[in-house]
Design a protein around this ligand. Structure first.
Ligand code: HAM
Length: 424
């Protein structure tokens, strides 16, 4: 027998049993985004490599070592998108979406990063990304956080911890970076290899180090707060006041830096301790300089992305009612080869008469008894039976598979009315 090929490591299939929970979750998110006035956009999975290098930053882990980059047949350097913000900004600039108007946009779909796969970390994963443009005040920051908070409540998730910080603007960060480099250079002999590299490429990311030996050194490092402009600290203070006002608990973590270079001012992460090491289920922040950096007019912006696999795993752990499978209402049994054409026509007639009915037809051979077993296994409420006898009397037998077990006969013209009045 030929060898069965396996999927690429870190890239998962969605099983039929798992899709109802994904759909229900996606629908909850979609409805909520509608309520806050966000409009959906759909973006290509592939962009020019340069977009990510310029947008996310050359010195980031993503651009340095995690991108799926290839030359296409024209020799153009392309990359499978590792995230959606850069593509969203590219599309907005290309189509003039940000001209003279505030915008609230969202997108969803797969992202690709060549990371080491483990629970909650995949090479193809799914995000719902939410971005707003042209609004610079802390009120939109607070609104976005409130939206995510409402989402956790609507999904009945245990509320994750909100970690929040401000990174200031480009100038304060440059001043801070200089100070950090001075500090860590002074203690360079205590740094590991990774940290030494980061000291050269991206000193702020040193604060993110997972090495416990570095913790005391990092704890003693200067904090950005002391380097912020007055307007930047004000922005952050107002945001925290707004969060207090709407009753959203947060934890100000001055070491939160994020792994992408485009952030300015507000950054935040929603972190759960129920998923082990990969506990961040949603993350984002302000990126007021990115639009200009990618060739547009200065436009303030903030956004976040939800890691769908992580949210779904949390929901599975909760045994949330969203996990219930949608079952068919009726299962059509066809007892006799010569009856197939009639069965097909009847099924289409019933589907036209009852647009929300879920009707599954038995498209295999099998005795009446065997087909009844399949009907039962499908979880359908009713079995509809077409055998020679029903064919003669232009009727269908209808058996209640769940409650009474009774069987009645209805003419072809009465079947839909019966189902409609008996299915709620
Ligand atoms: P990010 O922090 O790189 O931000 O990713 C956002 C979320 O996607 C993470 O918090 C996590 O839940 C999920 N995620 C990231 N990598 C993986 C992975 N390998 N496997 C599974 N889930 C993963 C961004 O992507 C920004 N574009 C967010 C943003 C939008 N900032 C402003 N606007």
């Amino acid at each position: 027998m030929a060898e069965i090929l396996k999927a690429v490591r870190g890239m998962n299939d969605l099983a039929p049993e798992a899709s109802p929970l994904w759909r229900a979750t996606e629908e909850t998110i979609r409805n909520l985004l509608d309520r806050y006035g966000y409009q959906e956009i759909r973006l290509p999975l592939v962009e020019k490599t340069e977009l990510f290098a310029r947008g996310i930053g050359e010195g980031t882990d993503i651009v340095e070592k995690e991108m799926y980059t290839f030359k296409d047949l024209n020799g153009e350097l392309l990359t499978l998108r590792p995230e959606g913000t850069a593509g969203c900004v590219r599309a907005g600039l290309e189509h003039g979406w940000f001209h003279h108007q505030p915008r609230r946009l969202w997108y969803s779909g797969p992202m690709f990063r060549h990371e080491r796969p483990q629970k909650g970390r995949y090479r193809q994963f799914h995000q719902v990304g939410v971005e707003s443009f042209g609004m610079g005040g802390p009120d939109i920051d607070a609104e976005m956080i409130a939206l995510t908070y409402r989402l956790w409540n609507q999904l009945a998730l245990p509320i994750p911890r909100l970690e929040i910080n401000t990174l200031g603007g480009a100038e304060s960060r440059t001043r801070y970076r200089k100070k950090l480099v001075e500090y860590f250079t002074l203690h360079e002999n205590q740094l590991d290899e990774e940290a030494k590299k980061r000291l050269q490429t991206n000193p702020l990311r040193l604060l993110d180090s997972k090495n416990p030996d570095l913790k005391p050194l990092i704890d003693q490092a200067p904090t950005l707060e002391d380097f912020l402009e007055k307007s930047e600290s004000e922005h952050f203070r107002h945001l925290l006041n707004y969060l207090d006002a709407v009753g959203i608990p947060y934890h100000h973590n001055p070491r939160l830096v994020r792994g992408l270079d485009y952030y300015t001012k507000t950054v935040f992460e929603w972190i759960t301790d129920q998923l082990g090491a990969q506990g961040t289920i949603c993350a984002g922040g302000r990126y007021d300089a990115l639009i200009e950096q990618l060739g547009g007019k200065p436009t303030q912006a903030i956004g976040f992305a939800i890691g769908m696999e992580r949210v779904i795993t949390l929901l599975e752990q909760q045994k949330n009612p969203l996990t219930n499978l949608p079952l068919p209402d009726a299962y059509l049994i066809i007892a006799g080869e010569s009856l197939r054409q009639t069965a097909l026509m009847l099924a289409e007639k019933i589907r036209s008469e009852l647009p929300t009915l879920k009707l599954v037809t038995h498209c295999l051979e099998g005795s009446l008894k065997n087909q009844m077993k399949w009907a039962d296994k499908s979880g359908a409420r009713y079995a509809l039976i077409l055998a020679e006898e029903e064919m003669q009397s232009r009727s269908l037998s209808i058996k209640d598979l769940r409650h009474s077990g009774t069987q009645i006969q209805k003419s072809w013209d009465e079947v839909s009315a019966f189902l409609q009045s008996h299915l709620v």
